[in-house]
Design a protein around this ligand. Sequence first.
Ligand code: ZN
Length: 162
Amino acid sequence: MSISNDHVVAIHYTLRDDAGEILDQSEPSDPLYYLHGHENIVPGLENALTGAKVGDKKQVVVPAKDGYGEREDELVLNVPRDQLPPDIEPEVGMELDMESDEGFAMPVRIVEVSDTIVVLDANHELAGETLHFDVEVVSIRAASAEELEHGHVHGPGGHHHH
Ligand code: ZN
């Protein structure tokens, strides 16, 4: 069996940045399960895994546009401090959920705090980064009808929120 759309795939992975620093990795006993072809993982990695088999090891370099996107300056916002909810004591690195103009929840990070202004960044933390993955394919199986309907994996390593 090789990886194609609508397969549940388990991978071990290590993600590094351009400098070789580890940004994220799977635990040895806890591979990442995802549904192939359903945008569960970044497109550059998903495309590179198409056709791979259990036991295959790959090094995949994913440019930002095929990863978490380019950084967008418009997504960095200066907000007067008194517009934040009064119960929040802003600190650099804190994550907040803002509501976008369209009413969607939009996660933002505080990147700067002054006496009058808080700078919020709604870019993904890894936006603009070239992603360097070391990946090993651990298992491949066909997805269930229910998994395909939901667009994600159930069972071990999957979602349990229903
Ligand atoms: Zn589900």
